[in-house]
Structure formats: C-alpha cells, structure tokens
Design a binder for this molecule. Structure first.
Ligand code: UDP
Length: 235
C-alpha cells in the first residue's frame, strides 16, 4: 500500500476534444475521479501537471529563442494547475497550487518542506511551473518532485493506454504489453515512458514508475492499495 505518491498528468487531460486548452467539463470529470479515488484513504497525493494542451516549447516555439519558448510552456502549466485546483475544490478536495515560477497572486511559491506539510494535512498539492527552468519537461519535474517529497512512486497517467508496449498499440494490433520493466530496459529500448532526462534520474535514484490507464474504472484505487496495475518499472 502506498502512502505518498506523485501523479503526473499531461495537460491533455484537461483539454477539449481537439486536445487544446482547458475544458471545464473535462477538468471537472477528472477532478471528480481523483477526488473519489482518495476519499477516506490515508494516501497523500501530489500532482505534477503538464502544459502540452497549450504549448510545448520545442514544437510550438520552433524559430524562437528556445529558453523563451520553454518559459511560455511553463506558464501554461500554471494555468492548468489553477483549473485543476478549482475543479478539485468544487469536488470537495482541499488543494494547494505551488509554482516553481513565483506568481504570488495565484500560487504559493514552491517550498519543499511546506509542500510536505500540506500533504501531511491531507491537501492535494498541485505543482505548476515545471522545474522553473527551461530545457526540461514536466516528466523531469515529476521525478524531481517525487524524490524531493519522498514519494514512493511516480504514477504516469495515460489516456486509454494501459501500460508500456513494445510498439504503438493504436497502430500495431500485435503490440505486446510489458507487465514489468527495468529502468535500463526503458533507456536501452527507447520505450516511450518519459523523456530521457527523467528516466535516467529515476534509474539513478531507484524510483519506481507505474504507467497506467487513468480512465479504467478502479485503477487509481487499486494502485493506491498497492495492487499491480499497468506496467511497473523498477530497478
Ligand atoms: N517546461 C520547461 N521546464 C520544465 C517543465 C516544462 O521548460 O521544467 C516547458 C517545456 O517547453 C514543455 C512545456 O513546458 O514543452 C509543457 O510541459 P510538457 O511538455 O511537459 O507538458 P505535457 O506534455 O506533460 O502536457
């Protein structure tokens, strides 16, 4: 059974049907699912939210100064964090948004010990602003924050993909799903779990990762209870 987990949600979990921006309805559904999964449990939940529903530095910022493009992406993650906070609180779950980029009017600054205190008090902590540094993605933020706050696992939520496959299951009907992998397998086979910086950090620190389908009924509950769901990656 897990006690403290770090959930990585890509920005697309909040998006409209075209994968862009924030859909209040989609976000409300997501918030209800998360809130129900932790209700009445001891589990401490921290969330890193991405920003790909608005902007990905490397793709959308082609031709721009790369650091500036990445900072724009980080700002997008703060918008997502605020939307998720609003929806979770509407669903009855106390939350705090902590931003790696100081934005005192809308979010607390990220302070590690304060984040842990919020978790101990039963608040869901939503990390916005990525690492606060360009040339990273929120996959790295997930790993970094998980290590900092002592989370036992990084939960990489996927939308209708139930783990890691040897090829894209949406294109190849014979794709094989892995139940378990090592970090090294992921690196050597270049499996799409998280970006290279993030996976090597997990490998160095021995931080387990679970890749799972967020929308399969009961998956989060099973995960929190320590049951095997999706693909487990560990050393
Ligand atoms: N980003 C960054 N540093 C970070 C985290 C994010 O520069 O520590 C920028 C980067 O441009 C990235 C964008 O923010 O492409 C959005 O984050 P990400 O692509 O991880 O979002 P997701 O795909 O998870 O929605």
């Amino acid at each position: 059974m897990f006690k403290r987990v770090l959930l990585k949600l890509s920005g697309e979990f909040l998006a409209d049907e075209n994968g862009f921006g924030i859909s209040p309805n989609t976000t409300a559904r997501l918030a209800r699912l998360l809130t129900a999964a932790i209700a009445g449990k001891e589990i401490e939940l921290a969330i890193v939210i991405g920003g790909g529903n608005f902007w990905r530095g490397a793709r959308n910022g082609a031709g721009m100064d790369a650091a500036t493009a990445d900072y724009i992406g980080m700002l997008g993650t703060v918008m997502n964090a605020m939307a998720l906070q609003d929806a979770m609180e509407t669903a009855g779950q106390p939350t705090r948004v902590m931003s790696a980029i100081h934005m005192a009017a809308v979010a607390e600054p990220y302070i590690r010990r304060r984040a842990m205190r919020h978790l101990e008090k039963g608040r869901v902590v939503i990390f916005g602003g990525g690492n606060g540094a360009p040339f990273f993605t929120t996959d790295t933020t997930s790993t970094l924050r998980a290590l900092e706050i002592g989370a036992e696992v990084v939960l990489m939520a996927k939308n209708k993909v139930d783990g890691v496959y040897d090829s894209d299951p949406r294109k190849n009907p014979d794709a094989k799903r892995y139940d378990t992998l090592t970090h090294l397998d992921v690196v050597e086979q270049r499996l799409e779990v998280m970006d290279a910086t993030a996976i090597t950090l997990c490998m160095d620190k021995g931080l387990p990762i679970v890749v799972f389908d967020l929308f399969e009924t009961g998956n989060l509950e099973r995960l929190f209870a320590g049951e095997r769901v999706g693909t487990l990656i560990q050393t």
